[in-house]
Design a protein around this ligand. Structure first.
Ligand code: C2O
Ligand code: CU
Length: 495
């Protein structure tokens, strides 16, 4: 691993053309294209030097010279990281860092991961949101057994779709993810991707999460709080942004920045606010939206991603906090809790004018509901044989459930009903889906999702078209404490 940034193709092109280091090279596809005026306009105005140093992510060395193949070595290992001042925490990491290395590809590229498990427990890697073959998806036992301690596994697949994704284990996942095992994957548009507008600004990729630690730095017991802890979903007390507590980034007043965020927390919902600023949300789980949406606050349930444009403005030297705001996702989840500053933006330099915001539109076709198979499931709470809390789908915990069935090419309309007093972020592996309203009309603006919040005592509907990737696919609540307590099922996609 190294910590130097590999430049995205656009930044590289800018370097060649601009003949300066145009700075801003921090972000993936940044560079002059983002911040300069159109040809003949003003000289390139960029974010301040070092603006994103505090949130830079580790990148993995590419072991394959073929530019269309990213081949990396990834080791899951315990590493002592400074989380609580004056102590270290034996975090569970990919490659010794939180988050694990940022994997950066172009749509159509191949990803090869030589994985080695140096943890004391079996594990797998799941590629959240990527349309991979079922046997590469990291679902333990469904297709391949988990990777035992000391063992290796090679994941290899093509990445078809531009967007922001992430990777995390799927064994004992509340504990493993909660202890630090996750990383981001950014897939840049390829020749066959919907074209991406230019001039969106320099880019930050932010992996947000939290971690439960004791005062002496040791990891909190992953089962702390017993059944109540399971029902609430355990949130870590320290919020991390790219592994750091409240890191500081710089912003040139008036310039746009593009923030691409992953919620990698085991249970925490992220409701984010920038005082006296708003967000233009341009993308979600599966790339760009049909049209952007103006939002006062961003909401990311566990597993979700957001792509948003922010224009920070004010007096040079002023600091603007990005705030986590408590959100009521059910009894006991927001009472007596305070906002938390998770990232600080300090304005630096003279006010600049980025020019008009480029138009962003994307044609998104929603599969027809005509002739689609109706599937209805309920998210349920019950009691296990020992009288403890057991969650399930239709009253059955994952370890006793029969798979649902679908055939290649089939379209299904799922109605997911939440019968509990807590919200559940519902995630389907391997396929994007489209939310529809009760009458079957697509929810606007259209977007491709892989995770959707199902509010307590309500239902949500979505339509999904299964493509040609047979096998066993998981679906579950992405409050990982809930998934581990049984709120998980399998879909068997058959020829
Ligand atoms: Cu990120 Cu099974 O999920
Ligand atoms: Cu849940």
């Amino acid at each position: 691993m190294n910590v130097s940034r590999k430049l995205g193709p656009m930044a590289a092109a800018c370097l060649a053309a601009c003949g300066s280091d145009g700075d801003g090279a921090g972000g993936a596809q940044t560079g002059g294209a983002g911040t300069g005026g159109a040809g003949g306009g003003p000289a390139i105005v960029a974010q301040p030097p070092g603006w994103d140093d505090a949130v830079r992510q580790v990148q993995a060395d590419d072991l394959d010279p073929d530019p269309r193949v990213l081949e990396v070595e990834l080791v899951a290992e315990v590493a002592a990281l400074p989380i609580v001042e004056g102590t270290t925490t034996p975090a569970w990491t990919y490659g010794g860092a939180i988050p694990g290395p940022l994997l950066e590809l172009t749509a159509g590229d191949r990803l090869v991961v030589r994985f080695r498990n140096e943890l004391p427990e079996p594990t797998t890697i799941h590629w959240h949101g990527l349309r991979v073959p079922a046997d590469q998806d990291g679902a333990p036992h469904a297709e391949v057994p988990p990777v035992e301690p000391g063992e290796t596994f090679e994941y290899a697949f093509d990445v078809p779709d531009a967007g922001l994704y992430w990777y995390h284990p799927h064994v004992d996942s509340a504990a493993q993810v909660g202890a630090g095992l996750y990383g981001a994957i950014v897939v840049h548009p390829g020749p066959d991707s919907p074209p991406e507008p230019q001039g969106l600004g320099d880019e930050l990729i932010l992996v947000m999460s939290d971690i439960g630690v004791e005062e002496d730095g040791s990891l909190r017991d992953p089962d702390a709080g017993g059944d109540l802890g399971t029902l609430f979903g355990r949130e870590g007390d320290v919020v991390l942004v790219n592994g750091a507590q409240n890191p500081r980034v710089l912003a040139r007043p008036g310039l746009r920045q593009r923030w691409r965020i992953v919620n990698a927390a085991r249970s925490r919902y992220l409701q984010l606010e920038l005082p006296s600023h708003s967000f233009t949300r341009i993308g979600g789980d599966g790339g760009l939206l049909e049209v952007p949406e103006e939002e006062e606050r961003l909401l990311l349930v566990p597993g979700q991603r957001v792509d948003a444009i922010v224009t920070l403005d004010g007096e040079p030297g002023a600091s603007i906090p990005l705030r986590w705001i408590p959100i009521d996702r059910g009894y006991g989840s927001s009472e007596f809790r305070e906002p938390v500053d998770v990232l600080t933006v300090t304005l630096d330099g003279e006010h600049a004018d980025p020019g008009p915001m480029p138009a962003i539109t994307r044609a998104i076709e929603v599969p027809s509901l005509d002739g689609a198979t109706a599937v209805e499931i309920a998210l349920t709470q019950g009691k296990g044989p020992d009288g403890g809390v057991e969650l399930g789908i239709d009253g059955v915990p994952s370890w006793e459930a029969e798979p649902l069935m679908a055939h290649l090419g089939e379209r299904q309309v799922w109605t997911v009903k939440n019968e509990m007093d807590w919200d559940h972020p519902f995630h389907l592996h391997g396929f994007f889906f489209h939310e529809t309203d009760a009458a079957g009309a697509p929810v606007e603006p259209r977007e491709l999702r892989d995770t959707i919040n199902i509010p307590r005592r309500e239902s949500r509907r979505f339509v999904v078209a299964f493509d040609e990737r047979p096998g066993m696919w998981m679906f579950h609540c992405h409050i990982l404490d809930h998934a581990d307590a049984g709120m998980m099922g399998m879909l068997h996609l058959m020829p």
